[in-house]
Write a protein that binds this ligand. Structure first.
Ligand code: ADP
Ligand code: MG
Ligand code: MG
Length: 253
């Protein structure tokens, strides 16, 4: 069973010409296969920094601590190796690529992760099934990657990648609060399908709204670059009512 282990992770970003600023100040978290964890916290608390650091974004420097997937050192892997090892990071390909269609992009991504190109006919079938399950218009496959995508289309694309890549652990940074209710439901159903299987899900979110549709096993509160509280789904309800104030005061953030 897959296990992602984050131990005492410290991460800094470069600011100005030569300065650095410590954003993550010792994060410990274990995500096992089949578990869904929500990380919630105020803006600027470092949630996206955690996702970027695990994704291997060059701007985010891990100064100490470790990240392992089934005992393998994730931080020593290239971005591609992380994907092959079974990590899915939603923000990994945020760029617009004119001239590359969604279906071509997905076939390349699948090829990279599986280590061989799926047969075209087989892949078309897989993609059609995945798109049907997510209520995505078949014409979406011919669109240029990310070009003019709405918030909802970006999220559907994200879940379509999950469906096809079948990662061991998926890290989803729900920075986008602009989803309409229909898109939110489709995305939530996609996440739930994974969460009920063997995939470990780390869902990062500022808003409690998505947690009406996705029921996490664990809710963690992030403040001031650290996890400061942990509970079950009831903690999300408490945050919805009371906000983050008591936690930010505690973190000195
Ligand atoms: P969250 O996702 O919780 O809103 P972030 O991880 O985006 O928080 O940001 C945490 C802190 O790190 C903020 O103070 C933000 O300004 C700073 N930060 C994040 N990324 C950068 C960056 N690339 N350059 C400079 N500061 C950054
Ligand atoms: Mg589960
Ligand atoms: Mg963020």
């Amino acid at each position: 069973m897959a296990t992602l282990e984050i131990r005492d992770l410290h991460v800094s970003v470069g600011v100005g010409s030569d300065g650095t600023k410590e954003i993550l100040r010792g994060v410990d978290l274990t995500v096992k296969a089949g578990e869904t964890h929500a990380i919630m916290g105020p803006n600027g608390s470092g949630k996206s920094t955690l996702a970027y650091a695990i994704a291997g974004h060059p701007k985010y420097e891990v100064t100490s601590g470790s990240v392992t997937l089934d005992g393998e050192d994730v931080l020593a892997m290239s971005v591609d190796e992380r994907a092959r090892a079974g990590l899915f990071l939603a923000m990994q390909y945020p760029v617009e690529v004119p001239g590359v269609s969604v279906s071509n992009f997905l076939r390349s991504a699948v090829t990279a992760v599986r280590g061989e190109a799926p047969k075209l006919r087989q892949f078309s079938k897989e993609m059609k099934e995945a798109m049907d399950a997510l209520a995505i218009d078949p014409a979406f496959g011919q669109r240029s990657l990310n070009e003019g995508f709405s918030g909802g289309e970006k999220k559907r694309h994200e879940i379509l990648q999950l469906e096809l890549l079948k990662p061991k652990v998926a890290i989803l940074d729900e920075t986008d609060s602009g989803l309409d209710v229909d898109a939110l439901k489709v995305v939530s159903e996609g996440i739930n399908r994974f969460a009920s299987g063997d995939t470990g899900v780390l869902l990062i979110t500022h808003y409690t709204r998505i947690l009406r549709y996705v029921k996490p096993d664990f809710v963690h509160v992030f403040a001031g670059g650290r996890l400061v509280a942990e509970g079950g789904p009831e903690l999300a309800d408490e945050l919805e009512e009371e906000g983050y104030e008591k936690y930010t005061a505690k973190a000195g953030a």
